[in-house]
Design a protein around this ligand. Structure first.
Ligand SMILES: [Mg+2]
Length: 322
């Protein structure tokens, strides 16, 4: 059994303290903590990829930002994105849902309808769950299960690899910023926050082309690059100007803003020709952009016009003081 080293940060310190008390898993567990999914050995040289993702009212969303259906759909999509991060094919989803004690009648059904329609859209059937009512908070914990033959780990990046990102970044964080400021939210930002698209088929396309490493962008490009750096033991250099920002998004937000659920992958230098890139864009309708490289060392550095940019690269950390 292996586990993958977590990067620095208060949230990961809490996880490290919890894992210290955990008994080691048996031989059927090929990969325990530290990546987007745990991997269990399955038949036919495959792995069962398993992940769980928690969505809590007031920590991840406010109910005024959308509808209960959107809350359910987003929770499923965010969880299934961890399967995309491993290049796994979904086989099922389990949803544990708590609704507040004073919830309007029908709230659980509305959230559940959002979950089931996202499950159908993603080809990840709802296969179980749990329901409770109490306290003051709507919360969903969504477990995603998938199968994968060649998982895309966080730990495979090597110096000389190129970093590539799918889609355009920053729209989800743009929406959150606009809601908090009481500003209007452009439709594209709204959709990206509430209906993120797990890059399942894109991940399999990339994995078939010898990509060495992958992660989904939940914490933000800089923070998630930090996870690859820590897991792979390499330094990562990102070109500020190369980062593809969503329409109307400042470059700094495209770098640091979380919850876009695009993919960041590392690939040996030169394996993506311009023809590959246009094939990707034709097939999936989103860009594939080279944003940097892996080097010897550790940590993530950002360069603009050859000059290093000083940035808070930690992204979102629920457990950071202040
Ligand atoms: Mg992830």
């Amino acid at each position: 059994v292996s586990s993958i080293p977590l990067g620095p940060g208060a949230e990961f310190d809490v996880i490290r303290r919890i894992l210290k008390g955990a008994a080691p898993p048996g031989p059927e567990v090929a990969l325990a903590s530290g990546d987007d999914c745990a991997l269990l050995r399955a038949e036919d040289y495959r792995y069962l990829a398993v992940s769980v993702d928690l969505t809590v009212q007031d920590a991840h969303f406010l109910l005024d930002w959308g509808t209960p259906e959107l809350v359910g759909g987003r929770a499923v999509r965010a969880s299934v994105s961890d399967l995309a991060a491993m290049a796994a094919e979904p086989v099922g989803v389990l949803v544990a849902l708590n609704v507040p004690a004073d919830a309007e009648p029908g709230l659980a059904e509305q959230v559940g309808a959002g979950c089931t329609s996202a499950c159908t859209a993603l080809g990840a059937p709802l296969i179980g769950g749990d329901l409770s009512r109490g306290g003051g908070t709507l919360a969903l914990d969504v477990a995603a299960l998938g199968l994968v033959e060649r998982p895309l780990l966080r730990s495979g990046a090597r110096p000389g690899d190129e970093l590539w990102v799918t889609g355009r970044l920053g729209a989800a964080a743009g929406a959150v910023g606009a809601w908090k400021a009481g500003a209007p939210v452009p439709e594209e930002w709204y959709d990206r926050f509430w209906r993120p698209e797990p890059r399942l088929v894109e991940a399999r396309w990339l994995a078939e082309r010898d990509v060495s490493t992958g992660i989904d962008l939940s914490d933000g490009l800089l923070a998630d690059a930090g996870h690859i750096s820590a897991a792979s033991g390499v330094g990562l250099e990102i070109d500020w100007q190369a980062v593809p920002a969503a329409a109307g998004v400042e470059p700094a937000l495209a770098l640091a803003g979380g919850e876009d659920y695009e993919l960041l992958v590392a690939a040996p230098g030169g394996i993506f020709s311009p023809e590959h890139v246009s094939e990707f864009e034709r097939t999936f309708g989103i860009p594939l952009t080279r944003v940097g490289r892996a080097v010897t060392g550790i940590g993530v550095r950002v360069f603009r016009d050859g000059e290093e940019v000083a940035l808070d690269s930690s992204g979102h950390d629920h457990f950071r003081a202040g």
